[in-house]
Design a protein around this ligand. Structure first.
Ligand code: RIB
Length: 309
């Protein structure tokens, strides 16, 4: 088993979560239920999940927070999952990131992120990350930090021998320079459509292969399409495979994609074959949707191993 670390470069947010009957329409006031503050942020969720799911691989988080109580809380949450937070630095230029989240009765959500300190992670700060990448098997990225920083960090991670996984969320068009340094791209259906400049739509299994191939043609080495209750679809230039979802009751889909990515990275870092790694990632994501919140919903290794078995 590899002992090299997993490095996660990305956002830390305090999530303000309210449950609602249904997501409000523009201009509508909705009466919600209980309010909760739950540690989140796509980067931090992936780091937390990697910390919970890894057996012997260390997870290291790189990110920026403000000088405030949320920062302390978010770092403590990661540390409790065994994540190395010594590369999460505080900036005086902005407060810690926050996300406002509504979750409806079907477990679907609507999220607005105020990036704050997450956008203080500048491209000029990438060079000092080099030694971290050189000791990493996989480096995980998302798009809640400045895109120029992601472009630079992907390139440096590759140069240092780490395999790169990009979760292209929040959804946006990406240029070829960024995609060229991605080993594994993991969009959900909406993100895949937006990357390809198509209207967002549900993707059937029959359509998955051509969509994944179009993404390969954009320059990445391999693609995992996250297809919700249809599981996921893997495709590289030689092979493709579908891994079905585990049927569960969805309470809240927040951080399911983050948990999937961390589960996949952990399994691949343990040298599990791709088919087994996808199944492990699907199981972790399935368990995460059965309870409310981002980091609060991320399962233990034992729970995932039980479901996989
Ligand atoms: O992927 C879920 C996350 O998106 C939430 O935790 C929120 O902070 C936003 O970053």
């Amino acid at each position: 088993m590899s002992e090299r670390a997993l490095v996660i470069v990305g956002s830390l947010n305090m999530d303000f979560v309210v449950r609602v009957e249904r997501l409000p329409a523009p201009g509508e006031t909705a009466l919600g239920r209980a309010f909760q503050m739950i540690p989140g942020g796509k980067g931090a969720n992936q780091a937390y999940a990697a910390g919970r799911l890894a057996k012997s691989v260390r997870a290291r988080m790189i990110g920026r927070v403000g000088y405030d109580l949320f920062a302390d809380h978010l770092k403590a949450s990661l540390a409790a999952a065994g994540v190395d937070v010594s590369f999460v630095h505080a900036t005086r230029s902005a407060p810690t990131g926050v996300a406002l989240i509504w979750v409806d009765n079907e477990g679907q959500n609507s999220i607005v992120v105020a990036s704050g300190a997450n956008y203080a992670l500048a491209p000029s700060e990438v060079e000092p990350m080099r030694p971290l990448f050189s000791s990493a098997s996989y480096a995980l990225f998302q798009l809640e930090t400045p895109p120029e920083t992601v472009v630079r960090a992907l390139a440096v991670a590759r140069q240092e021998g780490a395999k790169t996984i990009l979760d292209p969320a929040p959804a946006q068009r990406l240029d070829a320079e960024l995609l060229a340094n991605v080993d594994l791209l993991t969009p959900n259906e909406t993100e895949a459509c937006i990357l390809l400049d198509r209207p967002p739509a549900r993707v059937s299994l029959a359509e998955a292969k051509s969509l994944a191939q179009a993404l390969l043609a954009a320059g990445v080495k391999a693609v995992v399409l996250k297809l919700g209750d249809q599981g996921c679809f893997y495709c590289d230039r030689e092979a493709s495979l579908h891994s079905p979802a585990f049927p569960v009751h969805c309470v809240d889909a927040t951080a399911a994609g983050d948990t999937f990515n961390a589960g996949l990275a952990v399994a691949l870092a343990e040298n599990q074959p791709m088919e087994q790694a996808l199944r492990f990632a699907n199981a972790a994501a399935a368990l995460s949707v059965t309870s409310l919140g981002a980091q609060a919903s991320i399962p233990s290794r034992a729970a995932v191993d039980t479901l996989v078995a």
